[in-house]
Design a protein around this ligand. Structure first.
Ligand code: NAD
Ligand code: UFG
Length: 352
């Protein structure tokens, strides 16, 4: 598998992933509507890959289009076919991803995430491409489990997570229907944060972000006055919620490992958690951010946020044993790299 379609490749995770894949000599077709990303992210990916002396001009082709339109996807596969560089695998990241927005605008979420994926698998079958890595989410797990493995109970609580569960089911049913053809990996991401260590790639959320890391950055930069911590009465070591934060570059490298594994195996479908297996409280994250970056983050406590859980940490035994996934970057690295990205790009990709 050397020629890959990366859907959503200009997004936060996709841009870091594209860089790693280019450095590992994959040839990429990126398809993105840019609804939540900027073309500049891919310019940066190209510059970083070139800096690494990779000849990327023939290895990164970008298509702009919305996957809800089947023809858009067909065009990419046809282009690859006609140019004798057929797509032999897909990493499917394209999705809307805000929990809050999915509750407010369920039709957008169901429409975008499900129709895009249905179209994608239909076109993959048309072009005899049966290898897919899908971006799933830890948000699908039932909320009263602390340390989750891939067999833990699934109970999505909002439309965003529901779309992930339905897509996993869709992939399972096509796996069953086309016996002996598909290789499918659902990667269930925990909490990706941080940025590329160059400070050239990072998270550039549109609108008002609700996640903890972009909010810490907003406080550190003085854009907002205080970080509101949702609950100081959770049954944890300091009363704030515990999550499994993973450096976005480690997460991206997990995809490389998953591809290498897919190359070795017979058709199969499986789910793999991508986290670090280490839990960090909100207060610990804030203190590390302050220390490594020498900034102050004023905090205040708010009541618990609806739908939150005390603790969600990955059991990554399967990722370690099956795909040789050993994330190496620390919370300190995540905080340093995320802040460096901000300092280099206070307006995100906007000013380019
Ligand atoms: P992102 O929003 O930065 O990237 C998603 C990309 O998909 C964007 O570039 C967007 O423009 C594109 N896109 C969306 N709908 C599209 C469509 N219909 N056609 C073409 N392109 C479309 O998000 P991200 O953080 O990079 O997340 C990537 C994937 O990982 C998503 O599937 C997300 O659900 C999943 N995930 C993310 C997190 C997280 O915390 N970031 C956690 C778990 C799972
Ligand atoms: N938090 C605060 N204040 C804030 C924002 C968050 O205290 O302003 C706390 C939350 O209560 C929680 C922790 O920080 O304890 C992390 O919250 P995030 O919103 O950053 O992340 P979640 O774990 O709630 O969810 C995220 C993504 C989902 C994804 C999931 C995977 O939003 O899309 O991680 O585990 F699926």
């Amino acid at each position: 598998m050397k020629n890959l379609l990366i859907t959503g490749g200009s997004g936060f995770i996709g841009s870091h992933l594209c860089l790693i894949l280019l450095k590992n000599n994959y040839s990429l077709y990126v398809l993105d509507s840019f609804i939540n990303s900027s073309y500049e992210a891919l310019n940066r990916v190209k510059a970083l890959a070139k800096f690494d002396k990779k000849n990327i001009d023939n290895n990164l082709k970008v298509f702009v289009g919305d996957m809800r339109d089947k023809k858009t996807i067909d065009n990419v596969f046809r282009f690859a076919y006609e140019n004798n560089k057929r797509i032999d695998g897909v990493i499917h990241l394209a999705s809307l991803k805000s929990v809050k927005e999915s509750i407010e605008k369920p039709i957008d979420y169901w429409g975008n995430n499900i129709i895009s994926t249905l179209n994608l698998v239909e076109i993959m079958i048309k072009y005899n491409c049966f290898n897919i890595v899908f971006s799933s989410s830890a948000s699908i797990y039932q909320k009263d489990q602390k340390f989750v493995n891939e067999e833990s109970f699934i109970n999505p609580l909002h439309p965003y997570a529901e779309t992930k569960v339905i897509i996993e089911k869709l992939l399972k049913s096509i796996f069953n229907a086309y016996q002996g053809k598909w290789k499918i990996v659902n990667l269930r991401y925990f909490n990706p944060i941080g940025a590329h260590s160059s400070g050239q790639l990072g998270e550039d959320p549109k609108g008002d972000p609700n996640n903890i890391f972009p909010r810490i950055i907003k406080v550190a930069s003085g854009e907002i006055k205080k970080l509101y911590i949702f609950g100081n009465d959770w049954p944890t070591r300091d009363g704030s919620g515990i999550r499994d934060y993973i450096h976005v570059m480690d997460l991206a490298e997990g995809h490389l490992k998953a591809l290498e594994y897919l190359n070795l195996i017979e058709p199969k479908i499986l789910n793999i958690n991508l986290g670090t297996g280490i839990g960090t409280t909100v207060i610990e994250l804030v203190r590390v951010f302050e220390k490594v970056n020498n900034v102050k983050i004023p905090i205040a406590y708010e009541k618990r946020r609806n739908g939150d859980v005390s603790e969600l940490v990955a059991d990554i035994s399967l990722a370690k044993s099956l795909i040789n996934f050993f994330p190496s970057r620390s919370i300190q690295d995540m905080c340093k790299d995320g802040w460096k990205w901000y300092l280099n790009n206070p307006e995100g990709y906007e000013n380019n």
